[in-house]
Design a protein around this ligand. Structure first.
Ligand code: ZN
Length: 135
């Protein structure tokens, strides 16, 4: 678990936020709608990792709720794992709380899970097992 796969940032508007990062010289490479999380995402590569901009697509989206409570901003860190089920089992065994029983479908065919922030010092942590054909 040594690769910071991406940094998730909750935004009201992908269009407005990407314009800012593009003004910094970054480029959006890949985006899609992740139905399971009710978000549209855009990825911007930066040295060694990526930013993931997350825009809610429905009021009940976890990202919509986050923005409502805390405003736009840093949302989660995602670490890449080889086997998300094994990582989940290991954390559960040590008494940490996960936000789902089973891995969820993430962007680009990845399997992901989230660790409850109360288990990780207030930082929402995502673990991601890349999908087939992931770069
Ligand atoms: Zn993420």
């Amino acid at each position: 678990m040594k690769v910071l796969d991406h940094i998730g940032i909750a935004v009201q508007s992908l269009e407005r936020s990407r314009a800012f990062y593009e003004a910094l010289g970054m480029t959006v490479e890949g985006g899609e709608e992740v139905a399971s999380q009710k978000v549209r995402v855009a990825f911007l590569p930066v040295e060694g990792t990526r930013l993931e901009l997350l825009e809610p697509t429905a009021p009940e989206s976890p990202i919509a709720k986050f923005i409502e409570k805390r405003g736009e901003g840093l949302h989660h860190l995602c670490f890449r794992v080889d086997d998300v089920r094994a990582a989940m089992a290991g954390l559960r065994e040590k008494g940490y709380t996960l936000l789902s029983e089973e891995p969820q479908p993430g962007a680009h065919g990845a399997l992901v899970c989230f660790v409850h922030p109360k288990s990780s010092g207030g930082v929402l942590i995502e673990l991601s097992q890349p999908g087939e054909g992931h770069p």
